[in-house]
Design a protein around this ligand. Structure first.
Ligand code: FES
Length: 130
């Protein structure tokens, strides 16, 4: 195999790995977001993790971290507090407060990030639940 053929195949393989997971190879594996007390003091927080928006909240006392990336064509969805739903501005996709699709073209629920509570701090992990 010639050198440039090898580099082409290797690059294609790495690209496939990056696209098939929640992240790229350059993404941080985890990030401390806030303290649990800070999250408990507000209805929700919107932060950035690896350059993409995430939505943190408590559901029945449990931390939940949604990706705000639409499952249709990857636009950033917005939380609409008054309607308690996530809305996508691109093609009118709508997700309920649990991230389930209720209207529009998204083929799947919003991803939820895995997380850990360490010494009272909330850490988001670069992996999806489920
Ligand atoms: S990108 Fe969100 S509905 Fe199309």
């Amino acid at each position: 195999m010639k050198r440039n053929e090898f580099l082409h195949l290797t690059g294609a393989g790495l690209g496939a790995v990056a696209l098939s997971s929640a992240c790229s190879l350059l993404d941080a594996p985890e990030m401390r977001v806030c303290t649990l007390a800070e999250l408990e003091a507000v209805p929700y927080r919107i932060e950035k993790f690896n350059g993409r928006k995430i939505f943190l909240t408590l559901r029945e006392g449990n931390v939940v971290i949604f990706s705000l990336i639409c499952r249709h064509k990857r636009c950033t969805v917005a939380w609409e507090e008054s309607r308690e739903q996530f809305e996508c501005p691109c093609h009118e996709g709508v997700y309920d407060r649990e991230g389930e699709v209720v209207d529009g073209p998204p083929p799947a629920p919003l991803h939820r990030f895995k997380h850990e509570i360490r010494d009272g701090d909330v850490w988001v992990l670069n992996a999806y639940e489920g």
